[in-house]
Design a binder for this molecule. Structure first.
Ligand code: ADP
Ligand code: MG
Length: 728
């Protein structure tokens, strides 16, 4: 009888692409399932429309009467799109999104029903929150949480459901999600950045953070996925020998995207377009069966909602095409992992990208101000930047010579490095001479011509300047971007606030505005120098050099997460009103728990697969060999028979050796797991899982993968890498 694996593989070979016919032009489809400004104008009375626009642009509150009107309009609009239900869509700290569905339809008496949806239901909901992580917040305070409407992100219809983006908070007002602190961080950076912009342009009244993410993912056939408990339960192949053909031949082999994949991409792209996600047809293939999708950047909160929505869509649509999409950071050892680059910048209501060099010395001084302040913020807060991207999955990626190292640094390119060096050395304390000023001005004025084409593309840096934005490359593919964006925007808000205070003091003490800014920038450049690194981030020399510079190299999540306990970090988040110390503590606890859970599940699955799949397959093959040896001895006699069975005997011994070693490590792992489970304290437990449990994974795998090579292909139970990664 063929193994499950062989059956699955045969299914895969029979697949054909499932092309979907689309009608209409893309431009006509864009945002058709979104309750955006135009739809609002059509459905809302003008007064309510105005309050809605106010709420979206300035975060003002809608009163009850307006909320009722918006709810009613939203419902009428959604019904024309075929919606029968609505849901508050939110982002609990589990990393995915959650929904609770309710029908518009309400019975109002025997045999009678009405379509009902009012302001109350729009504005607030009470999902059964007890199953979402809360880091102890709800245990101590109040047992329930509620979701509250975020008018700044538009509602949308998927299938028959109206989805309303919401924040998720406890009854005592503490955030239990990613969206609420993100909105607060965006507000903080808006305030600080506007204040600094006022030095340059009084017309700036609003600064938005922008986010353009690039989502990497793997696609695996559903049948093969289902034949691997590890992929099903953890999103990662916990066993599996590299296929003989790896990534080495990428240019030859991965030229064109298979038609089945194209059909999948076209469908999710089309759905995304209808939901207003500005995906462009840019899909790269990176490693075998790995792909990337990168929409055009948007305002940060919206971009983040769109990322989560797209991940959701991809998972659903992949199944229709008999695929599973893997967002795990490292599903296959030996092949590139997946990241989610977060391209970030700040842009003003006057249409200026604050991280893009301008056309004259004045706008370039503004650019330099934001640029240098970003570097200083990275320098001062490298520890929490590391912490905000830490996860069990990302640990496999950072520092693995295909993704940025775990050391946080920033790359800015030769031209800007030279300019910063010049400012550092040539701006003089005290009165600057007219010539000095002119020369500096000239050089600052020169940035635009040299910049965009000269920003070297250093792909090894975790935080690189790429001409008109910074690219945070260390973010993991499965992460909610908000985690990184909360930190980045908060530290930027904090830095800009401090900058403003220092420059104002200088101005009060008689310096001219430009001089005060330049001198302050000079200090920031000096103080943040050690975070700048232009070399190869994958090299071993960098690890040594970084240590000399005093930069941290935290290789695992439990160590990285310690940064959240830092008093200064708590103060900063509290002062900027992004997260209270209690909320931060709760988040750290949740992160430790997430880590423990992930490693715990992996350990269990490893144990199960060793016991119920790998050992039986190896023994079955070994028995076949033993029978064969016995047969040979029977036929040829003891001496000649054994001589003839030399290969078989060797195999029998090798299999036993690997079986025993594998089992011994698995036993040790089980022991360590039991010990770790008895630890109460989340941080200590996470460290025990990292140092004492996880350390056995590679050893167990080493022997299992050796067995994969030894055992008869027909008997091996789990799909092999070559089948999963190269079947088209
Ligand atoms: P890469 O070379 O890293 O693949 P690309 O230049 O192709 O990068 O893509 C960069 C990403 O940066 C795109 O998703 C784009 O939307 C985004 N981006 C461009 N400008 C900005 C900006 N001002 N703010 C945020 N993101 C931006
Ligand atoms: Mg990129």
């Amino acid at each position: 009888m063929a193994t499950k694996r062989i059956q699955a593989y045969q299914d895969v070979l029979k697949r054909t692409p499932k092309h979907i016919d689309f009608d209409g032009k893309i431009s006509e489809q864009f945002g058709k399932n979104v309750f955006h400004a135009e739809a609002m104008r059509e459905y809302l009375p003008s007064e309510a429309y105005k309050s809605m626009m106010e709420a979206i642009q300035n975060g003002t509150r809608l009163d009850r009467k307006m909320a009722d009107q918006v709810a009613s309009a939203m419902k009428d609009w959604a019904i024309t799109k075929g919606a029968t239900h609505y849901t508050h869509w939110f982002q609990p700290l589990t990393g995915t999104t959650a929904e609770k569905h309710d029908a518009f339809f309400k019975p109002v008496g025997p045999g009678r029903a009405l379509e009902r949806f009012d302001g109350d239901l729009l504005v607030q909901q009470e999902p059964d929150a007890s199953s979402f992580p809360n880091g102890g917040i709800r245990n101590t305070f109040e047992a329930r949480g509620y979701t509250a409407w975020d008018p700044s992100s538009p509602a949308f219809v998927i299938g028959k459901t109206l989805c309303i983006p919401t924040i998720f908070i406890s009854y005592t007002g503490e955030s239990l999600d990613y969206k609420m602190p993100l909105l607060k961080a965006l507000h903080a950076v808006d305030e600080s950045a506007v204040a600094v912009c006022q030095y340059f342009d009084k017309n700036v009244t609003k600064v938005n953070a922008t986010l353009g993410w690039e989502q990497e993912y793997f696609l695996i056939d559903q049948a093969l996925f289902n034949a691997r408990p590890d992929l099903m339960m953890t999103g990662r192949a916990l066993f599996g020998h590299d296929s003989a053909k790896g990534q080495q031949l990428e240019d030859h082999y991965f030229g064109s995207i298979p038609e089945r994949v194209t059909a999948f991409m076209r469908e999710f792209e089309n759905e995304s377009i209808a939901l207003g996600i500005p995906v462009t047809t840019r899909h790269n293939e990176v490693a075998p069966n790995q792909f990337e999708c990168a929409p055009i950047f948007e305002e940060c909160n919206l971009a983040n909602d769109h990322n989560l929505l797209l991940m959701d869509l991809m998972e659903k649509i992949a199944r229709k095409h008999d695929f599973r999409v893997l967002f795990h950071e490292k599903p296959f050892a030996g092949v590139n992992g997946s990241g989610k680059h977060n391209n970030w910048s700040l842009s003003t209501n006057t249409g200026i990208n604050l991280l893009a060099p301008g056309k004259n010395p004045k706008s370039n001084l503004q650019f330099l101000t934001f640029f240098v302040n970003t570097i200083k913020a990275i320098h001062d807060n490298a520890d929490i930047l590391r912490a905000c991207i830490a996860s069990a999955g990302n640990d496999h990626r950072l520092g693995a010579n295909e993704a940025p190292p775990a050391i946080i640094s920033t790359f800015i390119g030769t031209q800007l490095s030279a300019l910063l060096d010049e400012i550092e050395h040539n701006v003089k304390e005290g009165k600057m001479s007219a010539e000095d000023k002119t020369e500096l001005k000239l050089n600052i004025g020169k940035i635009p011509q040299i910049m965009l084409d000269n920003t070297d593309r250093n792909r090894t840096s975790p935080f690189a300047f790429t001409g008109n934005k910074f690219e945070f490359r260390a973010v993991g593919s499965s992460a909610n971007c908000a985690s990184a964006m909360i930190v980045l925007n908060t530290i930027m808000a904090n830095q800009l606030k401090a900058f403003k205070v220092s420059v104002d003091t200088r101005i009060e003490n008689g310096e001219s505005k430009d001089e005060a800014i330049l001198k302050e920038l000079q200090h920031l450049i000096q103080d943040s120098k050690k975070i700048r690194f232009e070399g190869n981030g994958y090299g071993d020399e960098w690890v040594v050099e970084a240590e000399k510079r005093g930069l941290a190299n935290l290789k695992d999540t439990p160590r990285a997460l310690k940064a959240w306990a830092n008093e200064k970090v708590k103060e900063m988040f509290n002062e900027l009103n992004v997260l209270t110390p209690r909320e931060l503590e709760a988040r750290q606890e949740i992160e430790f728990e997430n880590y423990i859970l992930k490693i715990q599940i992996e350990a269990r699955i490893i144990g199960d697969m060793v016991q119920s799949q790998i050992i039986p397959a190896a023994i079955e093959y070994q028995n076949k060999l033993i029978q064969n040896v016995q047969g040979l001895v029977n036929v040829l006699g003891e001496n000649v028979g054994k001589e003839a069975a030399k290969t078989q005997l060797e195999l029998i011994t090798k299999i036993s050796e690997h079986l025993n070693s594998m089992k011994a490590h698995a036993d040790k792992m089980l022991d360590a797991r039991k010990k770790a489970n008895s630890i109460e304290h989340a941080e200590d437990k996470a460290i025990a899982y990292c140092d004492n449990v996880k350390v056995h994974f590679d050893d167990i795998r080493y022997h299992a993968d050796k067995l994969e090579l030894l055992v008869d292909d027909e008997l091996w139970p789990m799909p092999k890498f070559r089948e999963m990664l190269f079947t088209r």
